[in-house]
Each structure stands twice: as C-alpha cells, then as structure tokens.
Design a binder for this molecule. Sequence first.
Ligand code: ATP
Ligand code: MG
Length: 260
Amino acid sequence: MLEFNELSVRYGLGVEALNQISLSAPVGKITAVIGGNGAGKSTLMRAASGVLSFHGGTVAGGTVSLDGKNITGLSASGIVARGLVHVPEGRKIFGDLTVLDNLKAGGATVKSGRTRDRVLGEILELFPILAERQSQRAGLLSGGQQQILAICRGMMSSPRVMLLDEPTLGLAPQTVEQVAGVIQQINSRGITVVVVEQNAAMALGIADFGTVIEQGRVVLSDEASVLRGSADVQRLFLGGNTDEIGFAPRAIKPLERWTA
Ligand SMILES: Nc1ncnc2c1ncn2[C@@H]1O[C@H](COP(=O)(O)OP(=O)(O)OP(=O)(O)O)[C@@H](O)[C@H]1O
Ligand SMILES: [Mg+2]
C-alpha cells in the first residue's frame, strides 16, 4: 500500500503546493486523483517517486510510505528499486531513440540481464504495436502510441506500484479508450495504480477509489462509484452530467480542464 501521511510540499520559499495531504492507494487497486489546474496532482506523484528536488520542491512535513516503510527523501532510483515507478506528465519519451532503446532505458535499474530480457519479451508480446515498431524512432509514434510506450518503459522495472500522471492528456477519444484499456490490463497483472487525470470520467470509470484535491488539500475521498454519483464531482469534473457514467469508454469525451 502506498500512503501519504499529512504530506506538505513547497517549491522554493513561497509556494505551498501540498498542505497536509493524507491518502492511501490500496494494493492491487486503481486509485484516481482528480483536481483542477495547479491542484497539486503532479506534486503528489513527484513526492512519492523522489523527483521533487529536480523541480525545486521539498517535503515540508509528513511522510510517504510504501508497504509500511517510510520512503520520504529516498533517491529516485532507490524508490524505483523498491517497486514504485512514476510515468510523468507529458510522456517524456526519448524521441530520437528507438522504441526498443526507450524500453531498455526503463529497465536500466534492473540488475539481472535475464529478468530484463524476460520483461522486455513480455511487453513486446503484450503490445504488438511496440514490437512492430521497435527499431523506429520513438518520436515517429502517434501520441497514443507514445503514451503506451511511456507506460511500458515504466513497466520495464517490474514495478508493484505505478503512478500515471495524466496519461490521456491531449489524446483523441478513441485513443483515450485504448490507454484506459492498457491501464486496466496493467492493473489486472496485480500492479497497484494511481492515476492522476484531467479526464475525470475516464479515471473514475476505471478506478476503484478516488480522491479529489483542490489547492493542495484533499476535499473528497471515496469509492470511485460514490464519487461518480457525487453532485459536486459531476458539476466540477463531469460536465454536469447527472447520469450514472459507468465505464463506457466509447462514450467518453476529453473534458475541458476545469480552472479553479
Ligand atoms: N517546479 C515548480 N516550481 C514552482 N512552483 C511549482 C512547480 N511545479 C508546480 N508548482 C506549483 O505548485 C502548485 C501545484 O502544481 P502541480 O503541478 O502539482 O499541479 P497539478 O494539479 O499537477 O496541475 P496541472 O493540472 O496543471 O498539471 C501550483 O501552484 C503550481 O504553480
Ligand atoms: Mg500536473
């Protein structure tokens, strides 16, 4: 279980991005974190994966723990070695490298060459599109394919927990559906998923649990099905649609970002 306990984060001296956030992501489940621009979603993920300092941020209080062990302040590579992987906002694939080299880069922290080859083989089998295009430059892939590559690069370290920051941002509805399917597929392999999304309909559609954050604080936390039925969530994130939305990815349209 990944747990944030009263976590506060600052950037520089002034910006308090998270203010005593507590939330947990149960093992084997999908937890969605939704919130408007600047709510603190990416900061939450950066704090968990140990990359805050690369962005000028620091933990000002509280802890992040993984399976009961405090991981706050550990190095990013140390956290990957403990089984937590963060697929950042904006994909950040290496466009000039081949698809295969991008995948290999994701496995760089795995010591055993045998394990790396086995996982690579599994991924290429699971995602034929990556196998077909493995020797092409990753920058030539479509947006959706690049997102799948970014997720699979994360999979190369055989994580137990995966943090996905806005995996469907900027994708066409049909591609959103495809990426949602990939997330479900990964979760069905027993990987705990935390997904941050502007597309609340997609995220709450595939999640077991959800948390709404606003200005660095948790405002709602419940089972995803309860949040889908919440009038506030519907008004703010689901375009005022009062129908039960269930997971019907074909019907999902990317939402405009909600600006607080
Ligand atoms: N590198 C940074 N330096 C300074 N302030 C930052 C930095 N990154 C984020 N912030 C600030 O911290 C707060 C939380 O930002 P964060 O990026 O975590 O929000 P978010 O919910 O991911 O937003 P978005 O939907 O735009 O991705 C905002 O006020 C933002 O301006
Ligand atoms: Mg963000």
